[in-house]
Design a protein around this ligand. Structure first.
Ligand code: FAD
Length: 507
């Protein structure tokens, strides 16, 4: 790590900042001010510093409604991908312990999971990442970091506040979870911003879902560590994903022990004298009301972008009134010169860490005049970390059909059994893959979908092949690695159109 003098850096707290893209002298404090120290903002600022720009980062974490706070690094590090994946791992280990007995391990019964131990370990890891971001990344690159960077940018000229001037301003303030507007929701519910920071087990939990992957992932790890978990779904799960795959994911979860209340909406939450939360909900089709008690209610009803407090309207930065997100062009520019936005705050961008990071790095290069390369948001692979993981890249079958017509696509598919499921006698009924291709010519692959163990690891490699324009014949030319689940992808040969049984048999 480069030596640094702490005094050289401005570590300020309890300050409000306003950021100007112009001043009267034509000189700026910084080449670039980045608002938001999350995945995208930090990547952009670090890259800008590496190519010689003078950079400041402003980060501010508004505590959750339950008062949960965290450090530098944004959603992914503190309340997103990292703690989520670690808790998913805790759940997978629970399943592995059950499998282990079939493999000869003598495990004394009963086994149980201790939330406090898991939470402390996960939180300690997150804190180490917060520190790493500050010291190893920002300080060693001479990037000024300000906490409480906030409030209206630009006009009117502020009084009694610190003003930073910069040639360019980048907004990467991400989003925060919504809470439903029903009686008791705010007082008694928590969101994903809280679940990873609970010191005590949430106990019997109901998760109200608005089609998001986050809700299913949380339900998956809570079930996996042995908690009574229910998911309430208004319409469908995993909107925007291939719906055949979504059904496989939720079917597996139901068999795994997660309860589902389909086509239901919550009406109110009350706290009983016992301390339990009484939730009343309605079944949409019958309008019948039901009640049950829970220890915890978790809202997973979408996320709202953090644009409210930035005063963007006063600047004329165009916002989508429906979503609240900033409207951006392909080069991440907004309707106001020298102001850019990307990551979760920007309209139409995938809400994923790697896209925010990549977009931020490319923007830093363009702003420094080092490159003109734009971010390519097409065919970004992703994985839903549910008990049976679901990885995908490219188009869903529905989207491919919409674009190319039913007769314009060929779908190869297979139900396969992971070898590790056999001895463990695990049901592999939902382990499935499909390759959606153009029907004509070389049969270019349009989308690839896979449910099974280590879906994320598998999908990353196939994402590269799609970037290189892989076709179905490329799959056939590829030799598999045996015995793996990934080899099933390159062996797939049954088309949906044929109607033949797609169950893989033998080696
Ligand atoms: P963020 O990381 O949210 O950073 C924004 C930063 O700006 C925050 O630090 C915020 O406090 C700060 N800020 C807000 N307002 C202001 C202001 N006015 N002034 C200064 N600072 C401000 N993605 C994946 O790729 N894989 C996953 O497995 C995955 N899992 C997820 C699980 C959960 C539970 C959640 C909620 C998200 C998950 N995501 C995942 C999504 C991913 O975390 C986000 O897409 C990513 O963090 C977006 O990065 P960003 O830089 O746009 O915003």
């Amino acid at each position: 790590m480069a030596a640094f003098s702490r005094a050289k850096h401005r570590w300020k707290r309890d300050n409000l900042f306003r950021v100007l893209t112009r001043n009267l002298t034509g000189k700026y404090d910084y080449d670039l001010v980045v608002i938001g120290g999350g995945s995208g903002g930090l990547a952009c600022s670090k890259e800008a510093a590496l190519v010689g720009q003078k950079v400041a980062v402003l980060d501010y974490v508004e505590p959750s409604v339950k008062g949960t706070k965290w450090g530098l690094g944004g959603t992914c590090v503190n309340v997103g991908c990292i703690p989520k994946k670690l808790m998913h791992q805790a759940a997978l280990l629970g399943t592995a312990v059950k499998d282990a007995k079939k493999y000869g391990w003598q495990i004394p019964e009963p086994i149980f999971h201790d939330w406090a131990t898991m939470a402390e370990a996960v939180q300690n890891h997150v804190r180490s990442l917060n520190w790493g971001h500050r010291v190893d990344h920002l300080l060693s690159l001479d990037i000024s970091l300000f906490f409480m960077g906030y409030e209206q940018m630009l006009f009117p000229f502020p009084l009694n506040q610190t003003i930073l001037t910069a040639k360019d301003i980048v907004i990467a303030t991400g989003g925060r979870p919504n809470v439903l507007q029903i009686p008791g929701a705010m007082e008694h519910g928590i969101t994903s911003d809280d679940i990873f920071w609970l010191r005590k087990s949430p106990g019997k939990t109901i998760i109200v879902l608005n089609s998001s992957d986050v809700a299913l992932e949380c339900a998956g790890f809570l079930t996996g560590i042995g908690l009574d978990t229910t998911v309430m779904v208004r319409s469908i799960a995993l909107r925007g994903f291939d719906q055949q795959m979504a059904v496989l994911v939720t079917d597996y979860m139901e068999a795994y022990g997660t309860k589902f209340a389909w086509k239901c909406i919550p009406k109110k939450v009350e706290k009983l004298t016992s301390g339990a939360l009484q939730v009343t909900w309605m079944e949409i089709n019958t309008s019948k009301e039901y009640q049950d008690t829970y220890d915890c209610i978790l809202w997973a009803v979408g996320r709202a972008p953090e644009t409210k407090l930035l005063g963007l309207d006063k600047l004329g930065v165009q916002i989508n009134k429906e979503t609240g997100k900033i409207i951006v062009r392909p080069d991440e520019s907004t309707s106001v010169p020298n102001i850019y936005a990307f990551g979760d705050i920007a309209e139409g961008r995938p809400e994923l860490t790697p896209t925010a990071i990549k977009a931020g790095k490319l923007l830093a290069h363009r702003l420094a005049g080092r490159s003109s390369e734009l971010m390519n948001y097409h065919s970004v692979a992703t994985t839903v970390f549910t008990p049976l993981e679901y990885g995908c890249v490219g188009l869903s079958e529905e989207e491919a059909e919409k674009r190319h017509g039913k007769d314009g696509i060929e779908v190869y598919h297979a139900f396969y059994k992971p070898l590790e499921f056999t001895v463990a006698e695990r049901d592999a009924g939902q382990c499935y893959l499909k390759v959606v291709c153009e029907r004509e010519g070389d049969q270019k692959i349009l989308g690839l979908h896979f449910t099974g163990p280590n879906a994320g690891e598998l999908m990353q490699g196939f994402a590269l092949s799609l970037k290189c324009g892989a076709t179905y014949s490329h799959l056939l030319q590829t030799v598999g690695i045996h015995p793996t689940c990934a080899e099933e992808v390159i062996k797939v040969n049954i088309t949906k159109r044929s109607g033949l049984d797609a169950t893989v048999t033998g080696c």
